[in-house]
Design a protein around this ligand. Sequence first.
Ligand code: ADP
Ligand code: 5GP
Length: 190
Amino acid sequence: MTSSNGSKMLILSSPSGAGKTTLTKKIQQKYINFKISVSHTTRKPRPNEVEGVDYFFISHEEFKKKISKNDFYEYAKIFDNFYGTSRDSVNELINSNNNVLFDIDWQGTQQLSKFKELKLIKIFLLPPDKKELKKRLIQRNQDNIEIISKRLKAYDNDIYHWSDYDYVIINDNLEYCFSQIEKIIISETK
Ligand code: ADP
Ligand code: 5GP
């Protein structure tokens, strides 16, 4: 990893559907010196997703080629697809003195944690309970029922990793959760 030049790396992880994407976007809107690291994925785009904004959508073949070229700082296989953080996009953000926001899973967080020179702030989000998580995954209306079931099944294993993180926040009321994250940003960027 390139020297982080003082940039903070704010990681949000959670079981799928707990609110990472919503909160990452809110952070970027209010804190303009925090920029989202756009990942590469082999997952197919959801109806509302935009290439280069939500993800760079690539084929399995392209992803494997990138792995062999060592293009990723970290990558993981999640729900049958690959997801990865490209070195070039993160370095570009760091070199233009931005802080970086990562919406990545616990496997990616473990891999980034090995780069000791990075100033990571690791936040784990939890839904109030599994029933509410299911409701959110259904209401998001972006995945079919099989995909939703797979995501719910992963919940028990996902939450087991909360102890790898600096902060654990329950995303019950969105605005309250956001205010908790803001407190962390303010205290960590002083
Ligand atoms: P993730 O990125 O963790 O998979 P999303 O940000 O896509 O989760 O959120 C899943 C769904 O839950 C979305 O429809 C989002 O609008 C909704 N959501 C997020 N936070 C809350 C909250 N605090 N209360 C109710 N719904 C929420
Ligand atoms: P989704 O398919 O809902 O967009 O994301 C599924 C999971 O992949 C989420 O937990 C999300 O945080 C994670 N994810 C997205 N991009 C990356 C990445 O680049 N690396 C890793 N390790 N996980 C990612």
